[in-house]
Design a protein around this ligand. Structure first.
Ligand code: NI
Length: 172
C-alpha cells in the first residue's frame, strides 16, 4: 500500500468525468483501492474518489466508523443511484480536495444504490443519513462535480479564492 497525493481544487483533473471499470474488479483495482483507503485514513477523511488521486475511474472508498469504533472500510466500483427520495437532508460538507472549506449542501435524504464491492460482487442497498450524504458527494466526484459546485456562485467564488490564496502562501 502507498500514500498518494490528493489533488486540490481548482486542479482541472478534478473536473474530469471518470470512466467505468470494465471487465470486473481486478487485483490492480484492489491495489488502487488499498492505496486510496490508506491515503484517506492518513488525511484523515471519510470518503475518497479515485479521481482525487488522479485516477479517472469510477471507484470510491469510504469509512463511516465513529472515533473509537473499529475500522469499517467500504469499497464501491461503478456505483449507480437507482432511486432517490423526494425528502431532502442538509449536511455541512467538506472535501479533502477543498481543504478548510465547509458548507451546507442539500441532497436527497435516502438513496438506493448498486455497485460492485472489493470482491467484485454486485451489491444493492439503501443508504440514509451520513452514508447517503457521503455516497452522493463521492459520486459527484465521478462526474467532475465538487460540493462547492452546489453552493451559490458567490460562496463558490469565495471558496476558490480562499484555496488559491492558501496555495500561494504554501508556495512562499
Ligand atoms: Ni470530496
Amino acid at each position: 500500500m502507498a500514500l498518494r497525493p490528493i489533488l486540490v481544487a481548482p486542479d482541472p483533473v478534478l473536473k474530469q468525468k471518470s470512466k467505468p471499470v470494465e471487465g470486473g474488479v481486478t487485483d490492480a483495482h484492489r491495489a488502487l483501492m488499498d492505496d486510496m483507503l490508506e491515503t484517506m485514513y492518513d488525511a484523515p477523511g471519510i470518503g475518497l474518489a479515485a479521481i482525487q488521486v488522479g485516477e479517472p475511474l469510477r471507484i470510491i472508498v469510504m469509512d463511516l466508523a465513529k472515533e473509537g469504533e473499529p475500522p469499517a472500510p467500504r469499497y464501491f466500483v461503478n456505483p449507480e443511484i437507482t432511486w432517490a427520495s423526494d425528502e431532502l437532508f442538509s449536511y455541512e460538507e467538506g472535501c479533502l480536495s477543498v481543504p478548510d472549506i465547509y458548507d451546507d449542501v442539500e441532497r436527497p435524504a435516502r438513496v438506493k444504490l448498486r455497485y460492485l464491492n472489493y470482491q467484485g460482487e454486485q451489491i444493492e442497498e439503501e443508504a440514509e443519513g451520513l452514508y447517503a450524504v457521503c455516497i452522493q458527494h463521492e459520486m459527484d466526484h465521478l462526474e467532475g462535480v465538487l460540493f462547492i459546485d452546489h453552493l451559490s456562485r458567490l460562496k463558490r467564488e469565495k471558496a476558490l479564492s480562499k484555496l488559491k490564496k492558501a496555495r500561494k502562501e504554501a508556495a512562499l
